[in-house]
Design a protein around this ligand. Structure first.
Ligand SMILES: *Cc1c(COP(=O)(O)O)cnc(C)c1O
Length: 471
């Protein structure tokens, strides 16, 4: 492709992108593609000769687009959002064009220094402790792993990196039963062993970790000869957005010398609102903290903001220094390859910078407050309706509820609600997913897509209350 052709194709694609975003509501939100359908419509062998771009782009539209679920549709209420926004998309275009591999300061000083600056912006705007330093990771899963590895090296006096686990005591990791599945994965990868992840029961009403049960488990473990290493507290669990009580948990961690990692993947964004600073009361106890701008802060996946109290500890856990990576600036600048697992790094700070500058803190806050108000509106409707009920307290942007017609037992209600969920998604008008709460099948709506408006939520509620009659 010549440079002239590249430029004209780029214009063509940008036109398509603008149109797509303008009309995104007209696509079925959830792809209706059947398993194997797209795979079998792709040729078994790659082309020998280069193909015309028109053909490639036509196939993108005809073969690929039907298999896309439209996460940027304002009618997307499923999972947690993976939001983008126009400034973020534009920055991603520049990042792709520069194609810089930003593993160390020398391989693009601007990437390293912009990352340092925007992470400080976020830290200060969210009310995180001033001594924290931040680094962008790909995902919260990776950040959780980085936290566990660092905690592991701290408690073993950097022995496990050197010698492995042999001769070590058995270390324990604690998290609530509502913790994200990535924590279990991280525990496996970090070498603790899944059996050493201790799941602590939650409060019956709000599903937050019960600190009394945590302390009891820690004490019992110590008596048995285990060594408590790390607690993962969640600010905004994936099921119901429960907020674990950080202060009480932090006091326990401090008393028993345990690393405290806070997983605020979704809910962290709400810390931009001063009225939610209570969520990190006890922040003086936090060792590491992660939230995902790629969820609720309008920044394209992937972009996970990881903050640590002791950056030196993090670096000591990960750094290795082969000859070819030795530079004259080492020690003077941040070489972020030492702050995480991969060597190679994308220039992710650019999109974050574009987003924060383009909306401004007040613009971001306004959107987040709107999203929270839509969830309260929906909760109000559920409460008012004689045949629906909330299954968890509504926290921030997520509403867990079910259809509860009279005279049905729990098993029947589960079947009915699962069926309702599928019927709703099959319309293509909205997309929502479910969770199980104490064995009850719960519909779950997250009102936080970048462009969602109250009208979208109203339309969804009206569809839900109409479709229940089709069951
Ligand atoms: C989404 C989520 C994760 C995982 O996020 P990734 O960035 O996809 O790894 C972890 N914890 C919580 C609480 C989440 O909501």
């Amino acid at each position: 492709m010549t440079n002239d052709e590249f430029t004209s194709r780029a214009h063509q694609l940008v036109d398509w992108m603008g149109k797509y975003l303008r009309n995104v509501e007209q696509y079925p939100v959830k792809s209706t593609s059947k398993p194997g359908e797209i795979f079998s419509s792709l040729p078994a062998m790659p082309p020998l000769e280069g193909e015309d771009f028109d053909d490639i782009f036509r196939d993108f539209k005809e073969i690929i687009m039907p298999g896309i679920t439209h996460w940027q549709s304002p009618d997307f209420f499923a999972y947690f959002p993976a939001n983008s926004s126009p400034p973020s998309i534009l920055a991603e275009m520049l990042t792709a064009t520069l194609g810089a591999q930003c593993m160390i300061w020398e391989t693009s000083p601007a990437a390293a220094e912009l990352e340092e600056r925007v992470m400080n912006w976020l830290r200060d705007s969210m009310g995180l402790p001033r001594e924290f330093e931040g680094v962008i990771q790909d995902t919260a899963s990776t950040a959780g792993l980085a936290a566990m590895l660092t905690a592991r090296e701290k408690i073993s006096g950097d022995k496990i990196n050197e010698e492995g686990f042999s001769g070590q005591p058995v270390y324990r990791v604690y998290a609530s039963t509502q913790t994200h599945s990535s924590i279990e994965k991280d525990v496996k990868i970090a070498g603790f062993g899944r059996r050493n992840l201790v799941k602590i029961n939650v409060d019956e009403k709000d599903f937050s970790l019960d600190p009394v049960k945590l302390e009891k488990a820690v004490k019992e473990d110590i008596e048995k000869g285990y060594v408590p290493c790390c607690v993962i507290a969640t600010v905004g669990t994936t099921g119901t957005v429960a907020i674990d009580p950080l202060k009480e948990i932090g006091e326990i961690c401090s008393k028993y010398n345990i690393w405290l990692h806070v997983d605020a993947a979704l809910a962290g964004t709400a810390l931009l609102l001063p009225e939610y600073s209570w969520m990190i009361e006890g922040k003086e106890y936090i060792d590491s903290f992660v939230f995902n701008p790629h969820k609720w802060m309008f920044t394209n996946f992937d972009c996970s903001a990881y903050f640590v109290r002791d950056a030196g500890r993090l670096i000591r856990t990960f750094e290795i220094l082969p000859e070819y990576l030795k530079t004259r600036t080492r020690g003077e600048v941040n070489d972020y390859r030492d702050w995480g697992i991969p060597l190679g790094r994308r220039f992710r700070a650019l999109k974050l910078w574009f987003v924060i500058r383009s909306y401004g803190l007040e613009g971001l806050r306004e959107k987040i407050r709107d999203h929270i108000s839509y969830a309260s509106w929906l909760a109000g409707q559920v409460n008012k309706h004689p045949e629906f009920e909330l299954l968890a307290p509504v926290s921030l942007n997520t509403v867990c509820f079910r259809f509860r017609p009279k005279g049905k037992n729990e098993d029947e209600l589960n079947v009915i609600n699962e069926k309702l969920n599928h019927l709703l998604n099959d319309t293509g008008s909205i997309y929502l997913t479910h969770t199980k709460i104490n064995g009850k099948y719960s519909l779950r709506m997250v009102t936080s897509q970048t462009n969602v408006k109250l009208d979208n939520v109203k339309k969804a509620w009206s569809l839900i209350t109409t479709m229940k009659d089709d069951l």
